[in-house]
Design a protein around this ligand. Structure first.
Ligand code: CA
Ligand code: CA
Length: 191
């Protein structure tokens, strides 16, 4: 524990501040450069709203997060981004090119604010050639808000939640989809 505390207090290599990630200065030969939200227009922070059923005491995985899905929503060759929010609204950003993105969450109908989201997978669930979004939900509270969600791509930058229609709205606690859903048989394999 002592070593861990000292390690956390140590100044990060290549930083101007030991406590502020925004001040990280990447080496000149770094393979990646940080793109600020002010340039990308990607503004997102996952939410963790604790309650009686969802909290770190009852669920040691409470702060795991739900991950990100990379999807070409409109088949323009530019990869779009779906951000899963644990207890808040998910976000879908359309890639406009030049590393600029547009928040199309509301029009796309994929906010999914209810429930405890634990993972997202991208697959063409109905085999129509357009990628769909599968979101796993968990938490200790029983009920429909623990059922997984399948957003079928409407081919116009919007989606229709169809988990029940495709038989993949599993109610057990599910985390990150792995092999996920494949083709029109939509076999649910959240684990
Ligand atoms: Ca796209
Ligand atoms: Ca599809």
């Amino acid at each position: 524990m002592v070593l861990l505390l000292f390690a956390c207090q140590g100044k990060k290599e290549g930083t101007t501040s030991g406590n502020d990630d925004d001040n990280i200065t990447a080496p000149a030969d770094a393979l990646f450069q940080k793109l600020p939200a002010s340039e990308s227009n990607i503004h997102f922070a996952t939410q963790f709203q604790e309650d009686f059923f969802n909290n770190i005491v009852r669920n040691p995985n409470f702060y795991n997060g739900g991950g990100i899905g990379v999807i070409d929503v409109n088949k323009d060759g530019l990869q779009d981004l779906f951000f899963s929010s644990t207890t808040g609204e998910c976000k879908l950003f359309l890639n406009k090119g030049g590393l600029k993105f547009e928040d199309i969450t509301a029009a796309a109908g994929v906010a999914a604010p209810e429930g405890f989201k634990t993972g997202v997978s991208i697959a063409d669930a109905n085999g129509d050639g357009w990628s769909d979004i599968y979101v796993c939900r968990a938490g200790l509270k029983e009920g429909d808000h623990r059922r997984n969600l399948l957003f079928i791509n409407n081919k116009n930058n919007s989606f229709t939640e169809s988990g029940r229609a495709y038989g993949v709205d599993d109610p057990p606690r599910a985390t990150t989809p792995t092999s996920s859903i494949t083709t029109s048989t939509a076999t649910s394999t959240c684990t």
